[in-house]
Design a protein around this ligand. Sequence first.
Ligand code: COA
Length: 222
Amino acid sequence: MRGGERGPLAAAEIRTPRLALRCWQRGEAPLLKDAIDSSLAELRAWMPWATSEPAPVATIEERLEGFHEEFAAGRDWMYAIFDAAGGRVVGGCGLHPRRGPGVLEIGYWIRTDLTGRGLASEAAAALTRVAVERHGVACVEIRCDARNLASAAVARRLGFRHERTLADDLTATDGTLRDTMVWALFTTRYATSPAAALASAVTWRDWPAEPLPPLTSPMECP
Ligand SMILES: CC(C)(COP(=O)(O)OP(=O)(O)OC[C@H]1O[C@@H](n2cnc3c(N)ncnc32)[C@H](O)[C@@H]1OP(=O)(O)O)[C@@H](O)C(=O)NCCC(=O)NCCS
């Protein structure tokens, strides 16, 4: 990956035809809580962090500060997914460098009342483009519980290839061992992929290369 430890190559805000993806800001905890609390059954089924939901607003606010800190330090990039008008939290997603050099993993969730409209695919396609064109990775990954058909369908729809399934890889949210599907899209195949076609209208604002100010004032994306 280009850019070194601080990761100044991140995108601060990403626009798709229907969505705005940007780093979480202070004060958005109630909006996030509403999206989570209205989607608890689906999130708890697949997302380990959701087993401790519903959480108080103050706890979620602290979480957002942590996301911002990681984002600013170039360690991990969690994005809020807003509708294009910016008023409603549609879900969350992220680019995670936890699979080693040259690889970014994409995660996503969509609030239940807005699923089935192609929004996860739109967000994940946008992140794939940013990973390839902004971060310069060699490979983008999506990992999901092998039983999570909706998530696997997102990866397949974008042209990711099912590379392998890791047996008994993790403890699922119900306490049983789960198999994990590993989906990958290599940069060499990106240009002709469905992900690239779906992200053709995507634009973004770069995260600044200079250090961010400390979080003493309202949290803001530059
Ligand atoms: C998985 C999730 C993000 C999908 O969001 P979405 O916005 O509905 O996804 P899309 O509308 O882009 O659909 C993508 C594909 O999934 C398919 N799909 C949706 N729900 C499905 C289901 N329950 N079973 C099988 N396929 C399903 C759609 O048909 C579509 O495939 P297609 O293009 O071949 O028709 C959403 O259901 C969610 O947030 N689930 C809970 C959290 C989660 O599982 N996150 C992923 C963790 S790895």
